[in-house]
Design a protein around this ligand. Structure first.
Ligand SMILES: Nc1nc(=O)c2c([nH]1)NC[C@@H]1CN(c3ccc(C(=O)N[C@@H](CCC(=O)O)C(=O)O)cc3)C=[N+]21
Length: 302
């Protein structure tokens, strides 16, 4: 990033750095949690199939989990795994007192229903926050486990904005994984929230009205420079691996970064933006889940 002139470099939201300091803080909190006589927080990650990109993410998660002083339990299942077999594993993980958080990596093979699987995770261990109990809690504004990517985006926004009251926040993408929970979190920050999706008539015109723009579509380069209101804060959740002319690959976001950089007030890069925050928030949620299990948090009913 040092190749940017200083006035542009100051616009970058350093997700990697913010994630590192969050992970370090969680590590210190984990140490004192254990010193107080509590169990070592444990995270189980389940991967079905052998998608190479998913394997990289899952290994990254395990490395970060250890860095924060927590236990990591990896379960790699074959692509042909039956839904019943996965549910059987989840029942064991739910019952295992060494495990405080469970994450099933998405997407799953076609023979497995992600809704059934997500809801088979005990709500107090659902560190992805995707099950109906935690999703319902979020929409009601009750404490619960919040999905990691939107939570990470919120923390990045809070590094720029002390108070978001009255700001127009536009979320592009309405998935249950990112767009919908992101909209709930922005509402809770007193933003006026618009959610654009595949059927939205003029997404560009809507985006141009945004003080805060969160893009989570998986369509790389969708948001061009002229979609951005001058001075807006832009959070790019997209992450796609594309080939380079030299025959290698690189990661790009949903925002045409070079076009957006001179116009935005603040913007997240890809890589080094939202991605590292997702993992840091997973650790945050795992510690939170362990605290609740040990009766140290008010979210007792989780
Ligand atoms: N149940 C579930 N929960 C998830 O949170 C989940 C998932 N399934 N399935 C896959 C996606 C993807 N995901 C990422 C996490 C970190 C980076 C990350 O750290 N990215 C680095 C770059 C890593 C690289 O070089 O490949 C960065 O953006 O700087 C990216 C992507 C979580 N996901």
């Amino acid at each position: 990033m040092s190749t940017f002139p200083p006035e542009l470099a100051g616009k970058l939201i350093d997700g990697k750095g913010i994630a590192r300091s969050l992970t370090d803080r969680i590590g210190r909190e984990v140490s004192s949690f254990i010193e107080q006589g509590n169990a070592v927080p444990g995270l189980a990650v389940v991967l079905v199939g052998n998608d190479p990109a998913s394997e990289v993410y899952v290994k990254n998660k395990a490395i970060q989990t250890h860095r924060a002083g927590m236990r990591s339990f990896m379960h790699m299942l074959p692509q042909s795994t039956k839904q019943e077999e996965l549910l059987e594993l989840l029942a064991q993980l739910n019952a295992n007192p060494q495990i405080h958080g469970i994450l099933v990596q998405l997407p799953l093979p076609p023979q497995i229903d992600p809704v059934v699987v997500t809801n088979a995770i005990a709500p107090h261990k659902d560190v992805d926050g995707l099950g109906e109990v935690n999703a319902g809690r979020l929409s009601l504004g009750i404490d619960g486990l919040v999905p990691c990517t939107p939570l990470g985006c919120l923390m990045l926004l809070q590094s720029v904005h002390k108070d978001m009251t009255g700001k127009h926040a536009v979320v592009i993408g309405a998935s249950s994984l990112v767009g919908k929970p992101m909209a709930q979190l922005l509402l809770k920050q007193n933003c006026t929230v618009s959610v654009a999706h595949i059927h939205t008539r003029d997404t560009r015109a809507l985006a141009r009205e945004a003080d805060i723009l969160v893009v989570a579509t998986g369509k790389h380069g969708l948001v061009r420079g002229d979609w951005i209101k001058p001075g807006a804060t832009v959070i790019d959740v997209g992450i796609t691996r594309v080939p380079t002319p030299e025959g290698r690959t690189r990661l790009v976001g949903d925002v045409a970064f070079e076009e957006a950089l001179p116009i935005a007030g603040h913007i997240t890069p890809v890589p080094g933006g939202v991605g590292p925050m997702t993992i840091a928030c997973l650790l945050h949620n795992t510690l939170q889940a362990a605290r609740v299990t040990q009766g140290q948090s008010k979210g007792e009913a989780l």
